[in-house]
Design a protein around this ligand. Structure first.
Ligand SMILES: N[C@@H](CCC(=O)N[C@@H](CS)C(=O)NCC(=O)O)C(=O)O
Length: 205
């Protein structure tokens, strides 16, 4: 399993997910700050020329949500998804699509000061997104209730960015949720890999 990766990017989500699965993987560096994503080879992997992307013995997949869903299905023993036929499958897919489809655009809108039409725009606005998350977290520790899934990984890692960017207030249930996710051992392992990569970059300069 090869993860196209660069530190301090959305590739961290896929790195964390790989650590959750326990599957062996290697990192293929794509220095997006130096424009390495704009090569013909990487265009074949992801025509959007963005990270993360994955190559599983020739099976290529990009887009964070798709990468996480692919890994959840590929490693069912890790119990990070909900298989077809599982009653939780619907909610799992809903929340997996929610982060890139609603939370991220609403964050971008807030960050740029753009004001949109919350009725017509698919993501509503950040207030609606926040209320939806609050409601979902009222029923258990995780989006699916008692079990952590890839949907939590994607949501919690994006909320963390929203907190740092001061787009959302980490107080209360939502902040506790992110802390719970960050307390997972696989998250700590992924952070250690990321720190190692950042260190290696600094010493190569
Ligand atoms: N929708 C994509 C967004 C990925 C994305 O924007 N990645 C950034 C890094 S955080 C990137 O690769 N940027 C390089 C570029 O746009 O050239 C996903 O969720 O995977």
């Amino acid at each position: 399993m090869k993860l196209y990766y660069w530190p301090k990017t959305r590739a961290f989500r896929a790195l964390w997910m790989l650590e959750e699965t326990g599957a062996p993987y290697e990192l293929a560096h794509v220095n997006i700050r130096a424009g390495e994503q704009d090569t013909t080879n990487f265009h074949q992997v992801n025509p959007m020329c963005k990270l993360p992307a994955l190559d599983d013995d020739g099976v290529q997949v990009a887009e964070s949500g798709a990468v996480l869903l692919y890994l959840a299905d590929r490693f069912p023993a890790a119990m990070l998804g909900a298989p077809v036929g599982d009653p939780l499958r619907g909610r799992f897919l809903q929340w997996l699509f929610f982060t890139p489809g609603c939370l991220e655009p609403a964050m971008a809108e807030k960050m740029t000061g753009a004001s949109g039409n919350s009725f017509s725009f698919g993501w509503g606005n950040l207030e609606r997104v926040k209320a939806a998350i609050d409601q979902a977290l009222g029923e258990g520790d995780w989006l699916l209730g008692e079990r952590f899934s890839a949907a939590d990984l994607l949501l919690a890692s994006t909320l963390q960015i929203a907190f740092v960017a001061k787009l959302l207030d980490p107080a209360g249930r939502i902040g506790e949720y992110v802390e719970r996710a960050m307390a997972r051992e696989a998250h700590s392992r992924a952070v250690a890999v990321e720190q190692r990569e950042i260190g290696a970059l600094k010493s190569a300069r």
